[in-house]
Design a protein around this ligand. Sequence first.
Ligand code: SF4
Ligand code: SF4
Length: 576
Amino acid sequence: MKNWRKLIIPLSVFIAVFIAHLLYYKIVSQNSSPIWWKLYVVTQMYFIGFSLGLSFAFGAYALTMMRSRSKSAVAGSAVIAFLVWFTSACGAPMIAIVFGIVGISIGTTALPPIASALMTILFISLGYLWLKRKSLSCADACAAKTKENAEAFKDIGLDIEKFSSQQCITGDLYSKTFKTQDNRPKAMEYFDNMVSDIYGSRVKEILSAKKQGQIVVGNFCVFVPEELILAAGGVSIGLCAGSQAPIADAEKVLPRNICPLVKSAYGYALTKANPYFQTVDFVCGETTCDAKKKTWELMNKEIPTYVMEIPQMKRPKDRDLWFEEVKDFKTKIEEMSKKTISSDSLTEAVKIMNNKRSALKRLNSLRHHNPSPISGKDALLVEQIAFYDDPVRFTEKVNALCDELEGRIKDGVYAAPSSAPRIMLSGSPMALPNWKLHNIIESAGGIVVNEESCIGTRYFNDNIAENNNNLNDKLLALTNRYMKINCACFTPNDERINQVFEEYKSSKADGVIHYSLQFCHTYNIEAIKIKEVCDKEGIPFLAIETDYSSEDIGQLRTRVEAFLEQIGERVYAGRH
Ligand code: SF4
Ligand code: SF4
């Protein structure tokens, strides 16, 4: 049934074009002849009608497939569609003309109609094979990947059936969101491959690290010091989840009115549908918000869960508490990994993380060039992959991307015109594969140039001082760095309000959209203070509260379009 639906448009086009050719023949060519239709048959003009109908039908088919296909598939189809037209149009007189130009005579200005039809069929068959080969549908690709992964993951307790049904959702969404962009930096290819195989090769890499005795720790907050995990030779994976897929299962246990990030992560742990959750030795939760800290008690039934207490204020005694928590976490990692974290190994880990943060910071500052050389969607994708990838390799790839972006700026190659309203987002984290708001903003003609978020600047803004000599001082420097994160769970949290304003200025944004996940009280309430500052400074401001579903996309699009329009004139006046 589904396949039939795909054929309705090409079939209708074929019939319409065939009839149009018939009418053309009657009206234009044989208008005066009472036996025009006999002539149509005798001269075999129906082969030409057939050829034209088939070539237009193939063009329509390729267009309907275009939305989620790769650029090379679409480009290949366009070339083939042209060749089809070239051979079928009016018995292909063009072929004889072109041959004539290069000195080859084929004796006639047109092919016999039947030859034209046969050539059309030949080219269309080639075109169809090209489309098939170059653009396996997500379902096909996922089926192939799932089959391969199922074998590799059979020992980690993954619910293969559930995993298979959810795996494709990310792939399909990714194609529609990213592959439809024009003129992307070439260095994005690495991140594209990473995300299109997000549940494949990186998971296998982690499993092989585990086999060699490396500890694997999952975490849900940028407060968890990855340096300590790396210093023990471990692998740190960010497990904040941005997918709608596991939420229905989570809601069978959790109340519905908590934030989707928590429900999505818990849903994965509960259903055993995500290989990353199945690879970890334990997860590290924290006490940032109520939804999280109570969920860890339930999460512990599915995966061993360790909880760090994050202070809610930033007084000296809160800093002391956090220092103690950092030291306890170090002990936990040492126990689990059976390795001692030495001063040298911590220094090495700090360097790795500092390099990673510096690369992300470099990328972010390149986005601040006006116009930006990279789309907000692509930059967000890089920021999201930061939580999955090997940190050393990731840093290398981000720096390669930055080199390319510097070249693009020099050559005047940008991701959006200078008239595009520049938007800074601020608020709750957007975990993979949550691209909803970026997609809405950029489809409406804006460009996102900064994320004041934990999947954004709060993750990479500050580095750790590297000039300390003993282990205790190094741990203290690490503690101090993490205490600079301005999560909305702190009170008072004026540092964040200042940070939003500073980043607004440095990113040369034209407006701020505050993004709050549904039922995230801390960010929702803090949006009020950010609005006050924006109003005072004359900064256009919009507050959005949403979840991971697609239900409110239409409504959000209307609000975002109105916001972009509101700031559009001001942008135009300022830049022209
Ligand atoms: S928003 Fe707060 S709780 Fe969430 S990851 Fe950031 S610091 Fe952690
Ligand atoms: S987005 Fe808000 S409610 Fe959700 S986990 Fe983070 S702080 Fe908690």
